[in-house]
Design a protein around this ligand. Structure first.
Ligand code: SF4
Length: 359
């Protein structure tokens, strides 16, 4: 705790703000990829304290936000089957599908259970041998190791009534798409801190080497974020592009080998659909063939249509970094956390929810 307190020290924060202000003399555009960073930046007031020359742009690092409404439709369809129990994280319940949300499906009698850990879902399947339990497996490299552990456990127990509807995604591919984008014109990245604790710093080095973009892996305290920003601006001013690891107290260069092995023992890479960005090659995880019996897509023959989006909602553009929540005509008007129209207003990591709460 004492260690973290250092990064919350008001004097450190004031000093860094001063140095950052002295460093920028022209406009820079930095994307913070992770939804937790967006929230921390707004909650701490950093955004309002920075020079107008620094534009911080929220990215696609909110797993629920980047999941298509077609996935919600598929989950609702599954939940309406006789003897199917759908298990999900609480945030997913209120995300609107094209017809209804899981919350509305539950109200109409579908068996949908909110779980706090993926590990609870294997137990749920054991307790309900006459039902099919389907877990809505969403998340990035941070969640994937626990879900892989689930599949291991289900395989060991030879569970016949357990499956996952995977929408697991990986970060480097989507960041490559953003780095290559002509519509963004970024000057640098604050890389996702949580994901980096699993995969390490190494997978983000391509940003500097291939795209000439400075990048910093930063922690989540105000001092972490400002230090990361300062390091980015220093590189920018010196005309060099590197990947720096400000969060080295947690993130190692090669990541957590055990967690990475756990993921790739069970999953293999596949193309994945990202809301607002379409299909991105090798940016998702699907079960390896030897674990296909745990795939809800295969078991129930599910097709997910990804084309639709809620009318008037610009979540896709926000996740791509080309618009901000306040650019949406529905923001804080017909779309609020109590009555969300798009996923970015539902999830605690969503940019719209963070802007609504703190801006
Ligand atoms: Fe979508 Fe609501 Fe955000 Fe607008 S304010 S982009 S409708 S989530």
């Amino acid at each position: 705790m004492e260690y973290i307190d250092k990064f919350r020290d008001p004097e450190l924060v004031r000093g860094l703000l001063k140095r950052i202000t002295a460093k920028v003399d022209s406009r820079v555009r930095i994307m913070e990829v992770c939804g937790t960073h967006t929230r921390a930046i707004l909650k701490s007031g950093i955004k309002n304290l920075l020079s107008d020359n620094i534009e911080l742009i929220s990215g696609p690092g909110c797993p629920i936000c980047v999941t298509s409404s077609g996935y919600i439709d598929a989950a609702v369809k599954l939940a309406s089957k006789e003897e199917v129990i759908v298990a999900t994280f609480g945030d997913m319940m209120r995300v609107p599908g094209n017809e209804i949300s899981l919350h509305q499906a539950k109200a109409s009698g579908c068996d949908i259970r909110v779980v706090y850990s993926p590990l609870d879902t294997v137990e749920l399947a054991q307790q309900n041998p006459d039902s099919e339990v389907v877990f809505l497996a969403l998340g990035f490299e941070t969640t994937a190791p626990t879900i892989a552990l689930n599949i291991n456990q289900a395989a060991k127990l030879e569970l016949q009534n357990y499956s996952i509807l995977s929408s697991l995604k990986t970060m480097p591919g989507v960041m490559e798409k953003l780095a290559a984008s002509d519509e963004l014109n970024l000057d640098g990245f604050i890389c996702p801190g949580h994901v980096s604790t699993i995969i390490g710093a190494e997978p983000f080095e391509f940003l500097a080497y291939q795209y000439n973009l400075p990048a910093v892996i930063a922690g989540f305290e105000p001092g972490d974020i400002l230090l990361g920003l300062y390091q980015l601006l220093e590189m920018e001013a010196a005309g060099i592009s590197r990947l720096k690891n400000q969060y080295s107290r947690v993130v190692k260069y090669r990541g957590n080998r055990q967690a990475i092995d756990r993921i790739y023992n069970i999953f293999t890479r596949t193309d994945a659909f990202w809301r607002g960005m379409g299909s991105i090659e090798d940016s998702g995880l699907r079960l390896k063939d030897e674990y296909r019996q745990f795939s809800a897509r295969d078991k129930f023959g599910i097709q997910i249509s990804n084309r639709k989006k809620p009318e008037g909602c610009i979540c896709g553009e926000i996740l791509r970094g080309i618009k901000k929540p306040v650019d949406c005509e529905l923001f804080a008007d017909s779309c609020t956390p109590e009555s969300p129209i798009g996923p970015c207003m539902v999830s605690s990591e969503g940019a719209c929810a963070a802007y609504y709460q703190y801006q």
